[in-house]
Design a protein around this ligand. Structure first.
Ligand SMILES: Cc1cc2nc3c(=O)[nH]c(=O)nc-3n(C[C@H](O)[C@H](O)[C@H](O)COP(=O)(O)O)c2cc1C
Length: 228
């Protein structure tokens, strides 16, 4: 069975990056693959506090599956970061759709990224042996930004995504870096972009439906050293 996870990473319900994700999933559905869409904003979790607890076996996070800070009564909201990691773990393909906020990823998404520290520690920290790219779970990334210019508009986010995904056994395979999309109106004024996003989903849906999942790296990742 195909298990495709689409992560909507903006706090803005029905915003530009949600629409991008929806175009992708629509294309995929038309190729016969139903993706599961999950909005990070619907999941509650706290940012990493850097306590260092996960550096020691069994490398668990003290925040995981516990009441959120300040909520100790019977109906307290529980921390759900591990639920998202489990969904990523179970998916065969992940699509991430996120806006750029101040040259980076939105705060709630960044909080999730920091929570992967326990996986780095579980895998030996700086001594971890990276998975070869060919064996990593493929992740497709679409990012939307309001600005039309700026050479480094997506650079920091791409680098961060690389190190977020690595300890989860996943890697970015294709990107769609979309500029000049301040609002939904900007997207609607670019039907060719919308059609291309729909076609992107259809193409991956077709690959999965026909078991022709050739996960070729079509775009180079940022040139850099190992995690600093
Ligand atoms: C808090 C905030 C910060 C933003 N920072 C940037 C930025 O640094 N560069 C940029 O090009 N656009 C920036 N934008 C514009 C968004 O990237 C753009 O509107 C995006 O398509 C919004 O997607 P969304 O509706 O899914 O949140 C920012 C928007 C907000 C709300």
């Amino acid at each position: 069975m195909n298990n495709v996870l689409v992560l909507q990473c903006s706090p803005h319900v029905g915003g530009v990056s949600d629409s991008v994700a929806n175009l992708f999933t629509k294309g995929m559905a038309e190729a016969g693959i139903e993706a599961r869409t999950v909005a990070l904003r619907d999941y509650a979790y706290s940012p990493c506090t850097g306590c260092g607890g996960c550096s020691r076996p069994p490398h668990k996070c003290i925040l995981a599956n516990r009441p959120l800070p300040g909520q100790n009564d019977a109906c307290a909201q529980m921390d759900q970061a591990e639920e998202i990691f489990q969904m990523i773990n179970e998916a065969q393909l992940v699509m991430i759709s996120s806006p750029i906020y101040f040259y980076f990823l939105p705060a709630h998404f960044k909080a999730l990224i920091d929570r992967t520290q326990r996986f780095w520690m579980l895998q030996g920290g700086e001594d971890r042996v990276p998975l070869p790219l060919s064996r990593a779970k493929p992740v497709l990334v679409a990012m939307t930004a309001g600005r039309r210019r700026g050479n480094l508009l997506f650079s920091g986010s791409l680098l961060s995504l690389k190190y977020f995904l690595a300890p989860l056994g996943a890697a970015v395979r294709e990107t769609r870096l979309l500029r000049g999309l301040e609002s939904i109106k900007d997207l609607h004024e670019r039907p060719a972009v919308m059609a291309a996003l729909h076609a992107w989903g259809h193409d991956w849906g077709h690959r999965l439906a026909t078991k022709n999942a050739s996960y070729e790296l079509t775009q180079p990742l940022p040139d850099d050293a190992d995690k600093p």
